[in-house]
Write a protein that binds this ligand. Structure first.
Ligand code: AP5
Ligand code: MG
Length: 215
């Protein structure tokens, strides 16, 4: 499957993407995970992105398009991909449309995961993430805690709160989402690709996507 996952911070894009990869081997491509990995590794990309991320601002479109142009041409994308956190602005969406046209790749759907704001705020305060940049498994102290407190079930690394999970950064990320990313819903509606799924259960979201794709 070739999907874009849209939704506010905490809507469950990463959680749903991880469930979908298990269905047909499509790869999850999370620009947030890629950037956090680069920050941890101290690369030039990470050094440039770090301050934006910590504040809850978007990193510049040019940096993101540089990453995605390469990533979408890697061989593992041939089975399909789940774009998690990309595109995030109208210029990114336009650049993605041009890039996919050039590569003769057709998207199946842009899925807008719609979750009430109070649920989102609660989830962001209670999320924990694996600190190993190659893993970045997602947990929640209330709904999905690791078996052993503070330790990742998958790789045994410490499970932590992300740097952008301060109250200030969370509220800035939500404002940035409303201003810059929410307009993508209209963009993909016009493209005839949008499917909005309202629901707080990731099983409902995953099943609705499967129904839509006929799988
Ligand atoms: P990014 O990592 O993409 O963060 P985000 O969009 O803010 O989204 P989140 O990862 O916070 O939420 P999610 O929807 O994945 O939710 P999750 O599944 O974890 O981006 C981080 C930063 O990188 C940005 O601020 C920006 O600086 C930069 N960046 C990234 N991409 C960029 C781009 N394209 N352009 C420019 N800058 C970019 O779920 C949340 C919690 O809820 C978890 O604890 C989970 O366990 C729990 N949960 C999920 N689903 C359920 C459920 N059904 N029931 C109960 N709990 C649930
Ligand atoms: Mg995520």
């Amino acid at each position: 499957m070739k999907l874009i996952l849209l939704g506010a911070p905490g809507a469950g894009k990463g959680t749903v993407a991880k469930q979908l990869t298990a269905i047909d081997g499509s790869v999850q491509i999370s620009t947030g995970d890629i950037l956090r990995g680069a920050v941890q590794a101290g690369t030039d990309l990470g050094k440039e992105a770090e301050a934006y991320m910590k504040r809850g601002d978007l990193v510049p479109d040019s940096l993101i398009m540089g990453i995605m142009e390469k990533r979408l041409q890697e061989p593992d994308c041939q089975k399909g991909f789940l774009l998690d956190g990309f595109p995030r602005t109208i210029p990114q969406a336009e650049a993605l449309r041009d890039l996919l046209g050039k590569l003769s790749i057709k998207l199946d759907l842009a899925v807008n995961i719609d979750v009430p704001k109070d649920v989102i705020l609660d989830r962001l305060c209670t999320r924990r993430t694996c600190s190993n940049s190659a893993c970045q498994a997602i947990y929640n102290v209330k709904s999905n805690p690791p078996t052993q407190e503070g330790i990742c079930d998958k790789c045994g690394s410490p499970v932590i709160q992300r740097d952008d999970e301060t109250e200030e950064a969370i509220s800035h990320r939500l404002a940035t989402y409303n201003e810059k990313t929410a307009p993508l819903v209209g963009f993909y509606e016009k493209e005839g690709l949008l499917r909005t799924i309202t629901g707080t259960s990731s099983d409902i979201v995953v099943n609705a996507i499967k129904d839509e794709l006929g799988i």
